[in-house]
Design a protein around this ligand. Structure first.
Ligand code: HEC
Ligand code: HEC
Ligand code: HEC
Length: 422
């Protein structure tokens, strides 16, 4: 008996010692723990994307404060922070995690369970408006969600009168997740799409489209498609689109025309960066096509007319300093700065007075932010000049930008304004 006790005691100490060795001492001796660099995607001074090796950044200010709240609220019970190199995680969340990304993670927040999605690449996936509603009352926009509400992160939960200082810090932390890898999302194949052509609507696909709409879109775009869903009143930046007018911003068709089915499919897939409109690339393709067809029922225009033929957008050439210089000149000639500002931050002299067709103020894009609603590729910017953004003051330059070279020149110039400084 005595001997059994002794063996048990010895075994107990041995295992404690082993655990300390394996989980603390050996890891601290590994060379990898010293690594502080990562590969990151940056925009070059010519406006192109490239991958470089760079240092990962320590947490500071609001982000650091947000991290403490993340730990305090136990977000890590449900969310992991590690994109594994298996089972297509890369396609869902973005590039596989690298050692250097965790250089300043003490304590680390790998998490052991994934009750909710992995969050290591959550930054920039949704706009702040989305996060605000998601933390306050997530089921307004994700009806099936089991994520708890966090009303204490808001000053006035009922009116959602803005997040408290803590709420803002937490959003800042979430928006910073994955940012050590730079502009990887601009190069993320799941969120880049030129758009397919068309899909046929059948009674069954419309029924299915309606189900998808009611589950995923109604919270923002409303039961009648008028942009008055229950979550809509909480957005401060951009209101959900009212679909009843038949006016769509993101198209391949000429100014004033209806969009193609493929245009709706593209917007639904990639989302509208910087706004509450989420990317839906995680939904099955069939869901996205069917809901695109269903949307068209909200506007009579789709029954009364057909979209005009789309522009053909050729593949982008490489950027050169000469092309960029030409772009800069064109930007001056066309006086883009009256709206977009001399410093390109979207605050030109007429910016404050601009409204859209739905009666809301609309801020011209800040080209230095690197966040593009229309998409981050030169093709996306090119498309915007050709089509204009229906319903907003952003005009089409189709007739006055006659050559392809000029269009690419201007597109690269715009992209170069968000170049990363080394
Ligand atoms: C009980 C488990 C649980 C807890 C605790 C929890 N979440 Fe979630 N979270 C989920 C689930 C499930 C989803 C997916 C459904 C949804 O979007 O609401 C989710 C989704 C998210 C998303 C969207 C991710 C994506 O890629 O779509 C973010 C961001 C997020 N949670 C952040 C947080 C933060 C920050 C906290 C702590 C304040 C937290 N969550 C606490 C379960 C949880
Ligand atoms: C959390 C809120 C939210 C949800 C959920 C949401 N949207 Fe949106 N959506 C928006 C906002 C905000 C805009 C306006 C973006 C802008 O005008 O810059 C928008 C715009 C759009 C547009 C207009 C694009 C254009 O060309 O003008 C389409 C199409 C769209 N959403 C489809 C959908 C579909 C389909 C779903 C469901 C699968 C959905 N949205 C779910 C907030 C949302
Ligand atoms: C009359 C004002 C006005 C003028 C002039 C104007 N824009 Fe805009 N532009 C806007 C507004 C407003 C938006 C934002 C629309 C929105 O967010 O829905 C915008 C958006 C854009 C976008 C999309 C940005 C994004 O977030 O994806 C690009 C690109 C752009 N403008 C380029 C230009 C260029 C280049 C010129 C000059 C050739 C120009 N604009 C002239 C008002 C203007």
């Amino acid at each position: 008996m005595k001997k059994a006790k002794f063996v048990a005691l010895l075994a107990g100490f041995t295992f404690i010692f082993l655990a300390i060795m394996v989980q603390a001492i050996i890891p601290s001796l590994l060379k990898e723990t010293e690594i502080k660099y990562v590969t990151k995607t940056i925009r070059t001074p010519l406006g192109e994307l490239t991958e470089v090796k760079g240092d990962s950044r320590p947490y500071a200010g609001l982000v650091e404060q947000g991290r403490r709240i993340y730990i305090r609220e136990g977000c890590w019970y449900c969310h992991s922070m590690y994109v594994r190199p298996v089972t297509g995680e890369e396609r869902r969340w973005g590039p596989v995690s690298q050692v250097g990304e965790y250089a300043y993670d003490t304590p680390h927040l790998f998490g052991t369970r994934r009750i909710g999605p992995d969050l290591s690449r959550a930054g920039g996936k949704y706009g702040d408006d989305w996060h605000r509603v998601h933390f306050a009352d997530g089921r307004l926009i994700v009806p099936e969600s089991i994520m708890p509400k966090f009303p204490w992160l808001f000053e006035n939960h009922q009116g959602l009168q803005g997040p408290s200082a803590e709420g803002q810090a937490l959003i800042a932390f979430v928006q910073n997740l994955g940012m050590n890898r730079g502009k990887w999302r601009d190069d993320f194949s799941s969120q880049n799409l030129s758009g397919g052509s068309a899909a046929l609507a059948t009674a069954a696909s419309l029924r299915h489209g309606r189900e998808v709409y009611e589950l995923r879109c109604l919270g923002c775009h409303g039961e009648k498609g008028d942009g008055q869903g229950p979550a809509a009143k909480f957005f401060v930046k951009v209101q959900p689109r009212n679909f009843t007018s038949g006016s769509f911003k993101f198209r391949t068709t000429p100014s004033g025309s209806l969009p193609l089915d493929g245009d709706l499919y593209r917007t639904i897939t990639v989302g509208v960066r910087g706004t509450a409109m989420p990317p839906w690339y995680e939904l099955p393709e069939g869901d996205r096509w069917d809901v695109a067809q269903y949307l068209k029922n909200f506007a009579a225009d789709f029954k009364e007319s057909v979209p005009e033929p789309p522009f053909h957008i050729p593949p982008a050439p490489r950027a050169t300093p000469e092309l960029l210089a030409r772009g800069k000149e064109l930007h001056k000639t066309f006086q883009c700065a009256t709206c977009h500002g001399e410093d390109h931050r979207g605050n030109g002299e007429s910016a404050a007075s601009l409204t859209d067709d739905w009666g809301n103020h609309v801020q011209p894009a800040d080209f230095t932010s690197g966040v593009f609603k229309v998409g981050p590729r030169p093709e996306d910017i090119y498309r915007t000049f050709m089509t204009g953004l229906n319903g907003t003051p952003m005009p089409s330059y189709d007739s006055i930008l006659p050559t392809d070279e000029d269009r690419w020149a201007l597109a690269y110039f715009i992209l170069s304004l968000s170049a990363d400084r080394p």
